[in-house]
Design a binder for this molecule. Sequence first.
Ligand code: CDP
Length: 381
Amino acid sequence: MPILVPEPHDEICFREDGKRLDGRAVDELRPFSCEVGVIKNAQGSALVRHGGNLIYAAIYGPREVHPRHLARPDKGILRVYYRMATFSVHERKSPAPNRRENEISKVIREALEPVLFLEAYPDSQIEIYIEVIAADGGTRCASTTAASLALADAGIPMKSMVVGVAAGKAQGRVLLDLGDKEDKVGQADIPCVVVMKDKSISLLQFDGEMSLEEMKTGFEYVLKGAEIIYQKQLEALREKYNKITREAEIEDSAVGNLPQNEQKSINESQNAQDSLQNTSQIDEQMKVQNEKQEINNDHKAEPSPLMENSSAINESQKEVEKGEVEEKSKDEKSSEENIIKSSEQSANSTDDSPKQGENQSSQEEQQLNTENDSPSGDDQE
Ligand code: CDP
């Protein structure tokens, strides 16, 4: 398992070919990139990658001041919180804010105040939160660049954008934009914040020794580097507004903000669809009404299904009764027939006239019928 050990601080900052250890020329910036709108909850935000630095800045406000006693009736206040993440450097950094962080917060605030219209926000505050995720030398400059970009992203009026970049000296040579090692082993370090509108300097710190000539060269480098960073800032802001415009165009086309001809045909087809829908709705309503009417009529003319059922039951009962009666009458008939046959046989034996026999049988039939009508007659049988 590899053990992470910080590089030893030898004095060498240049390669044999005369270039810096990372291959840069003396007046060359480290790779720089930035973007805005990276923190959705913030009013404005920016992410800056400058060399090995990775820094977020977020803006909140103008809003009410807490604690209230800090509020000023004549102008707003700017509050800056520069913090380094515990994991942003080789050795674990204490999470508690230290003197260095408080000092850097103060210098960034002082570098930004001149470009803001704080008098427009009495009794209010604008807060800038800066979080250094990875530190690689020159974090105060990169943080100021990020803060300026985030302020612009938040739409807070400024006299100008500002850019932070440092010049310095290492091994007797003037350098632009010192890296971590150059910062630590170098002879001088001049962090600067440039107000891009008039190329004035809103922050200048100086640590080390430099001649006046070297300082002039250093400022030249700083202005050159600041211009490059400024262009990248503008590009990031433009990119955001281009994205918003593109999204708005897509929304517009989805809503129907199309060329007149296309819009007209869409409107026409939509009207046709609407009218179709209306007519079909009317048809439906008519259908329902007709059906209701038919049902009402049916109710009047015909018995209800319940009634129908009950009448059917009655009918079937009647039929059953009728069937029973018929069966009974059949049985009776067969018995009568038997009686008749026997009587006929006896009659034949005495008298051969059929009329007499018929009359007799009909008389007997009648007699039997009257007996069957009475219940006691069945019992008797
Ligand atoms: O970052 P900047 O140059 O503005 O501030 P500095 O105080 O001169 O710090 C120089 C560098 O030292 C930082 O950028 C960090 O990379 C490193 N540093 C560190 O390693 N541990 C700390 N607690 C503070 C700074």
